[in-house]
Design a protein around this ligand. Structure first.
Ligand SMILES: NC(=O)c1ccc[n+]([C@@H]2O[C@H](COP(=O)([O-])OP(=O)(O)OC[C@H]3O[C@@H](n4cnc5c(N)ncnc54)[C@H](O)[C@@H]3O)[C@@H](O)[C@H]2O)c1
Length: 596
């Protein structure tokens, strides 16, 4: 029989504590909610009522239920009020000395059979537990932000946590409607160990002015389907908390430089820019605690006039290539009303691409998204050719041929000879340096990257890659064209992986390393990222879709260009590729797909 928890205590009513109180009270558990001072208690109460009021306003909680929920919470200053509770969860700031002192005090105040839990994200639960006389009753219960919304709880057992306590806490999580993964005590557990290197990397991009905050966030949301971008997430987590988590992970997790907090984070914390809770972090919020972003001096002007400012007029597009990307891009441009010249290496290939575009458009007709007349008009805008000479009068060329530097360079040299002056020459490369292609021409200022995502007609993102020679006019033209296509164009520098791949693949590689270290299972790791962080797919699901060989190739490029030791491809990934386990396309990757 699992233990009944009729009354629990929550210590610290900040970002996490207030949410944890709400989770318990919503599920009929009485809560003693404790803060350090009257002022902090009032802030904690406001955090809770703010959240429940928003739930009522959204129709997710009835007013009577909100009142009953709040009626279950007993707000108190000081730990003495916790003497009768069955379980305490601590959510005070992420500092070991603070938590150890708190646990020593809780040990004195709470009844002997009470379980003492920490919501720490990165500190050692074991080190916290030894501050008490009951380390076997100390456990980690790691909720995710916002606690009332995110389904995952990481239950962290130490080597001395008793099996009964683990089982009781697991049963409690189920009662709260949460999904738990039970794991050993390691820095960052599953989700944060995979998340924080990525967040820190994203802040590093901003600090290096590699891309703007809006573009970094839009890239990850639109390119990977994440619920929020990394900088918006940092604001939600709180920059002070994020700093402490990174710092602890750096020290506990083998001094991986990728966890050494990017200096900008510390500067922002010192300046009081803590994120949503202080009303300003990477973004500015309506008021402290509000989720609503308001414009500030960094907000780009999004008017149509600003978008086309300095852009060249583009009417006719040349698209070179006959693969998946070229096919999708031809469709995207022709559907947006541009006149398109498709150039392939022969009539046979042209016929193949033409069929593929037709098939895709026909699907749109069947689904009622396109009329037959529109389909015919789209096809009527495309000219099929096997000669680059037909690109003499286009305004923009998009190159989407095989990912080989020599081939692309030769093509750019030819385009330079054939195309009229003032043409924008774009490459869809996902891994080659755009500057190499620019320098194959006599007009590097006109060369830019337009990195579409697969399938191009569906994916809303385009990375606009400018080199150190790309002119402002060319960049403005690329932006205007993306807007015309109905895509979000994000501007970034000419570095391996651009924004999306540079942030995504190291995270996937880290997941493989975690699996390889037998810390957790592929299922639990996938669960943790989906239910704890709201990712649409777990890392192993995604790797099987992307293809392990493609992932390995990208990871190698990142490692070679950036020389970051933490980017070294996971040996397990290399072995799976060598073994021919490439994911869905080969029937087996991290999972077996042959029987599905
Ligand atoms: N922010 C997140 O996204 C997140 C997610 C999961 C876990 N966590 C973890 O939760 C814990 C709390 O983080 P947070 O982001 O909620 O911090 P926070 O700064 O928002 O809140 C901490 C609260 O603790 C109170 N406090 C400080 N000392 C106290 C004491 N001695 N007694 C009682 N209350 C005290 C403060 O007044 C404050 O209200 C940390 O261990 C953090 O790592 C945070």
């Amino acid at each position: 029989m699992a233990r009944e928890f009729t009354s629990v205590g929550v210590v610290g009513l900040g970002t996490m504590g207030a949410g944890i109180v709400e989770v318990f009270a919503r599920n009929g558990v009485d809560v003693v909610a404790v803060e350090i001072s009257e002022a902090a208690l009032e802030r904690g109460r406001a955090n809770l009522t703010g959240s429940t009021d928003r739930a009522v306003a959204k129709g997710k909680l009835a007013e009577a239920d909100r009142d009953a929920l709040l009626g279950r919470v007993n707000f108190q200053v000081g730990l003495a009020a916790l003497h009768a509770v069955d379980l305490v969860i601590e959510a005070v700031p992420e500092r070991l000395d603070l938590k150890q002192r708190l646990f020593a005090e809780l040990d004195r105040v709470c009844k002997p059979e009470a379980i003492l839990a920490t919501n720490t994200s990165s500190l050692s639960v074991t080190e916290i537990s030894v501050a008490t006389t009951r380390p076997n009753q100390v456990i980690g219960i790691h909720f995710f932000n916002p606690a009332p919304v995110m389904k995952l709880v990481e239950v962290v057992r130490t080597v001395v946590t008793s099996a009964d306590v683990v089982a009781d806490v697991e049963a409690l999580c189920a009662r709260l409607g949460k999904v738990d993964v039970t794991i050993n005590d390691r820095a960052g557990f599953i989700a944060n160990a995979l998340l924080f290197g990525y967040l820190n990397n994203a802040v590093g991009m901003l600090e290096a002015r590699y891309a703007s905050r809006e573009d970094i966030d839009a890239a990850m949301k639109l390119g990977c389907g994440l619920p929020m971008g990394p900088l918006a997430l940092m604001d939600l987590i709180g920059l002070d908390t994020a700093y402490e988590i990174l710092d602890t992970m750096y020290r506990r997790g083998g001094r991986d430089r990728r966890h050494a907090p990017v200096p900008l984070i510390k500067q922002m914390v010192t300046a009081g820019l803590l994120g949503r809770k202080s009303g300003r972090g990477f973004y500015t919020y309506e008021r402290p605690g509000s989720p609503k972003v308001v414009p500030d001096e960094q907000t780009p002007v999004a008017t149509e006039a600003a978008l086309v400012d300095g852009a060249r007029a583009i009417a006719k597009i040349g698209i070179v290539g006959s693969g998946t990307m070229a096919t999708g891009i031809i469709e995207v441009f022709a559907r947006a009303g541009y006149e398109v010249v498709s150039v392939t290496r022969g009539a046979e290939k042209s016929a193949k691409v033409r069929e593929a575009v037709k098939t895709s458009l026909n699907k749109g007709v069947v689904r009622g998204k396109l009329s037959e007349a529109d389909r015919d008009a789209v096809l009527g805008r495309i000219t099929w050719s096997a000669s680059l000479e037909h690109l003499a009068d286009v305004d923009l060329v998009v190159e989407a041929v095989v990912e080989e530097l020599s081939v692309k360079k030769a093509l750019f040299a030819s385009l330079d000879e054939i195309c009229k002056p003032g043409v924008v020459l774009a490459t869809t490369t996902s891994s080659l340096p755009v500057i190499d292609l620019a320098m194959a021409t006599q007009r590097p200022a006109d060369v830019i990257g337009l990195h579409f995502f697969n399938p191009a007609p569906v994916m809303p993102l385009v990375e606009i890659v400018r080199t150190i020679r790309t002119s402002a006019e060319t960049t403005a033209t690329a932006r205007a064209v993306c807007a015309e296509l109905g895509k979000t164009g994000v501007v970034c520098g000419d570095r391996s992986g651009f924004i999306v791949n540079a942030l995504l693949f190291p995270y996937l590689n880290d997941a493989v390393k975690m699996l390889e270290a037998s810390y957790s299972t592929a299922d639990d790791i996938d669960h943790a990222m989906k239910l704890g962080c709201g990712y649409p797919m777990g890392p192993f699901e995604l790797l099987d879709v992307v293809g392990l060989d493609a992932a390995l190739a990208i990871q190698r490029e990142l490692y070679l260009e950036l020389r970051e030791p933490g980017f070294a491809p996971a040996p397990l990934l290399e072995h799976l590729v060598t073994a021919g386990y490439l994911g869905y396309k080969s029937g087996r990757g991290f999972r077996d797909h042959t029987h599905r």
